[in-house]
Design a protein around this ligand. Structure first.
Ligand code: ZN
Length: 170
């Protein structure tokens, strides 16, 4: 009996693995601070509901930090190279004002340990190339973490202050 059950399970595993590779779309960003020190990663996965960002931070100063996708995939300290917020829809900044920029996301609350693991769904962007809201457009895109929190209303950047970490989405 046991043999038969194992055989069936193996058959299911094979059929799943042969179906999934074509549909799985993922990307990654390695976050560095202004001194070039590694402060974490973001793993991005395309889902039918948008792009899931799995953030894993370490050595980040405690407190509320703005977390955005910026419009240029270039991270040269002090990270102004990453441009403004990713905004293919030409919206004003801020989740309290309207739809906001596609790159606008909720603030991160970093605990005293400086370590944070969190998953955030961004329904306004896609990893699919060729779409206007694709994170893989001509200039690329970058993840940026700011020194301050996003007030969710001040245009164009939520009054979030300096850019303390940056990672190119690739
Ligand atoms: Zn914005």
């Amino acid at each position: 009996m046991k043999h038969a059950i194992f055989g069936y399970a193996a058959l299911i595993a094979v059929s799943l693995s042969s179906a999934s590779p074509a549909t799985a779309q993922t990307a990654k960003a390695a976050l560095k601070d202004q001194k070039g020190v590694d402060v974490g990663t973001v793993d991005l996965t395309q889902t039918p509901a948008g792009v899931m960002l799995r953030l894993s931070l370490k050595g980040m100063p405690a407190g509320e930090r703005a977390f955005h996708i910026h419009a240029v995939g270039k991270c040269e300290a002090p990270f102004t190279s990453a441009g403004g917020h990713f905004n293919p829809g030409g919206q004003k900044h801020g989740l309290l004002v309207g739809p906001g920029h596609a790159g606008d996301m909720p603030n991160l609350h970093v605990p005293a340990s400086g370590i944070l693991e969190v998953e955030i769904l961004n329904a306004a962007v896609t990893l699919e190339k060729g779409k206007p809201n694709s994170l893989f457009g001509k200039e690329g895109t970058a993840i940026v973490i700011h020194a301050g929190k996003d007030d969710y209303k001040s245009d164009p950047a939520g009054n979030a202050g300096d850019r303390i970490a940056c990672g190119i989405i690739q």
